[in-house]
Write a protein that binds this ligand. Structure first.
Ligand SMILES: Cc1ncc(COP(=O)(O)O)c(C=O)c1O
Length: 376
């Protein structure tokens, strides 16, 4: 059996090697390393795939979020509501821009931001909501957009983990995750569902004026060369990464289907086990399983991880510490116990290997080993 990885980028590369190698070589031959045709081609292909008017490529998902908040003109002291159960980048950029991160708890089944808690957290200082489509399925966007409209708030979707997911509105209309709010942000970090071979990111919007501002900010605030109208940053997707992403975009739906098949396999094995709760599939989203995350009950989680590791099965905890208990983010506004769902999840979740190259032998070995431990 092939060695099991959390994410098997090497096997995936070997399966698409000729296409990837050709894409990289074409960029090298052209020497258009920055803002070359490869970036423009990928940008247009992604716009078409997502059904969005503007994609602004940038250097990574963190900067996609940061630039979005800059483009919306958020000012120090403005409150931005986001989830307490997410990767640090979401809150990091809020803090970095001297905005006030306001955290809210999550739904225990989907791990996504809890609607009722958002409403309670809105104050006259609230300017934006940042729902995170955690682990690959969308937050309740229809209701979030209604709330935003009612309170005149911007919505930035943190779609770093859910590119390719669909959101289904009550009337049956579908939109891609990240294309529903005023702005969507994604990361092309190598292990992401659409990952490059380095860092990369993108910002999505349907708003022409906002797109223009975003493009200016990612390029040093420059409108005419060497004339800087606003303060910007240097945040670019390089051409080699764009060429790789162009190839992988062509496989994205097939990759999502493979991830869902692996998730189905896990669900079948663990669905009725009293020690494990399988991830809830939210009916209004098509899950793309960036992660497959179980909630454990009445077992020693560390024991399970060690047991798996001894049998060459990696597993991870996403995330071990809620944002409000991270050292750098300790704040007198928050204390342990404030976000009970998040805190319980941080103590009990475990993510199993999830990628596009898992085969039945590997999946069988993983589920048999997990069940051996939890059922003993
Ligand atoms: C939810 C979430 N937000 C933001 C980011 C930041 O993306 P990047 O690592 O490309 O900066 C990530 C990925 O790491 C993420 O998972």
């Amino acid at each position: 059996m092939k060695k099991i990885q959390m994410v098997d980028l090497r096997s995936q590369y070997l399966n698409i090697k000729p296409e990837i190698d050709r894409g990289i070589q074409d960029v090298i031959d052209s020497c258009a390393f920055i803002n070359g045709p490869a970036v423009r081609n990928f940008q247009e292909a992604l716009e078409t795939y997502l059904g969005i008017k503007h994609i602004i490529p940038c250097a990574n998902g963190t900067e996609a979020l940061q630039v979005s908040m800059m483009a919306l003109g958020l000012q120090p002291g403005d409150e931005v509501i986001t989830s307490s159960f997410t990767f640090i980048a979401t809150a990091e950029v809020i803090a970095l821009l001297k905005l006030t991160p306001v955290l809210v708890d999550v739904d225990p089944g989907t791990f996504n931001i809890d609607l009722k808690s958002i409403e309670k957290a809105i104050t006259p200082k609230t300017k934006a909501l940042v729902p995170v489509h955690l682990f690959g399925q969308c937050a309740p966007m229809e209701e979030i957009m209604e709330l935003a409209q009612k309170h005149n708030l911007f919505v930035i979707e943190d779609n770093c983990q859910a590119i390719g997911s669909d959101y289904i509105f009550n009337d049956g209309t579908r939109k891609k995750g990240g294309t529903i709010g005023h702005i969507g942000c994604t990361s092309f970090f190598p292990s992401k569902n659409l990952g490059c071979y380095g860092d990369g990111g993108a910002i999505f919007t349907n708003d022409d004026e906002l797109a223009n501002r975003l493009r200016i900010i990612v390029n040093h605030g420059m409108v005419v060369r060497y004339y800087h109208d606003i303060i910007g940053v240097n945040s670019r997707l390089d051409s080699i990464q764009a060429a790789i992403l162009m190839v992988k975009l062509g496989h994205l739906d097939e990759y999502a289907a493979k991830r869902r098949a692996a998730a189905d396999f896990y669900d079948k094995a663990f669905g009725n086990n009293p020690h494990l709760t399988i991830p809830v599939r939210y009916l209004k989203s098509i899950h793309v399983f960036h992660q497959y995350t179980l909630v454990t009950h009445n077992i020693i989680r560390k024991g399970l991880i060690d047991y798996l590791a001894a049998r060459e099965i990696p597993a991870m905890i996403y995330y071990p510490v809620p944002l409000h208990l991270q050292k750098a983010y300790l704040d007198p506004r928050y204390k342990p116990g404030d976000f009970p769902v998040t805190e319980a999840l941080c103590e009990s979740v475990i993510s199993l290997p999830m990628h596009t190259e898992l085969d039945d032998d590997q999946l069988n070995h993983i589920v048999t080993t997990v069940l051996e431990f939890v059922n003993r």
